[in-house]
Write a protein that binds this ligand. Structure first.
Ligand SMILES: [Zn+2]
Length: 316
């Protein structure tokens, strides 16, 4: 509580000096409150996740029971994911006002411990395999967090996929999670209702996380591709609440992103100009302008995908 009051006073001082409009006061106070609440909870997490291992300047692992070999292996795996991301996006610069210099991965000992503690520590739902929490990247002191757990074999579920969410948020998508066009209202962000109108970016964020984490080796996605369930133009409207489902979000998101990378990198470059500058209305206009012009070619492309060499597909 002490931290909270101190922060409140600091913000109050800023408000008096600069006298911003009322709506900005409300926004800043709400952001400060949200950030401080998170800080109090994550301090409690530090008492449980006592092992700290720094993989690189941009990645820290905080865990209960990862052994040294598992820590090193996770660092190596994620370094490969980061390299692939940087290669695909030609060494991008961080988006404006993004202070998320480092991702902290918080890894509980077991699913049971995750369910028991992660919601208290990070104010998040735990009916999932792990979550990436971008926080408010424009605020000083913000910490990007990935929260997950070890499986019985020591592997950390979804680590590569979630690390890509961090990189995507830092290098491709301006603003916080609520700004990035989707229809989720889940905790801890509780993005306001009503949701924006589609097209969204769910196909991109989830599909790209799968594409960078797994490359061409995604057996589950290649299997559903044969069913030709969705035209590409429909996938741009994929959401978390409506027009959703595990296959649609992750497998079809992967297929849409891979197709765009392989067949239309020019269009992706154009799209990224808008998402990186936070000009989401122009992103939507661009996607609406594409209409169904790529649907036939996408449908054909789905039939040409070769079976992956190995079977290491993970999702979500
Ligand atoms: Zn994801």
């Amino acid at each position: 509580m002490f931290v909270f009051n101190k922060m409140q006073r600091a913000f109050a001082a800023v408000l008096v000096l600069s006298a911003p409009p009322l709506y900005a006061e409300g926004l800043i106070a709400a952001e400060a409150k949200a950030q401080d609440k998170v800080k109090v909870q994550t301090d409690a997490a530090a008492g449980v996740l006592t092992q700290v291992h720094q993989c690189s300047p941009s990645l820290q692992l905080r865990s209960v029971a990862l052994n040294k070999q598992q820590q090193s292996q996770n660092c190596l795996d994620l370094a490969k994911v980061e390299q692939r991301f940087m290669w695909l996006f030609e060494n991008p610069k961080p988006v404006l006002h993004d202070g998320n210099m480092m991702l902290r991965a918080n890894i509980y000992q077991s699913k049971q411990q995750y369910v028991e503690l992660a919601s208290q520590h990070f104010l998040m739902p735990t009916d999932n395999g792990g979550m990436y929490l971008e926080g408010l990247p424009h605020l000083k002191g913000n910490q990007a967090e990935f929260v997950a757990y070890q499986r019985d074999n020591g592997e950390v579920w979804n680590l590569g996929h979630e690390y890509v969410h961090y990189l995507d948020g830092r290098f491709n998508l301006a603003g916080d999670f609520c700004a990035n066009l989707h229809d989720s209202h889940a905790a801890p962000e509780n993005c306001p209702r009503p949701a924006p109108l589609s097209p969204y970016l769910v196909w991109w964020t989830e599909g790209m996380a799968e594409y960078v984490a797994h490359g061409d080796d995604n057996e589950a996605a290649i299997k559903v591709a044969k069913e030709k369930t969705f035209p590409l133009s429909a996938l741009f409207h994929t959401g978390y609440e409506k027009n959703t489902g595990s296959d649609r979000v992750y497998r079809w998101g992967y297929l849409a992103v891979r197709y765009m990378f392989e067949k239309h990198p020019d269009k992706l470059r154009q799209m990224l100009v808008f998402t990186r500058s936070g000009d989401y209305p122009r992103y939507q206009a661009l996607v609406n302008g594409w209409g169904n012009s790529m649907d036939d070619d996408f449908s054909l492309w789905l039939t040409t995908l070769p079976a992956p060499a190995a079977q290491t597909t993970k999702a979500e």
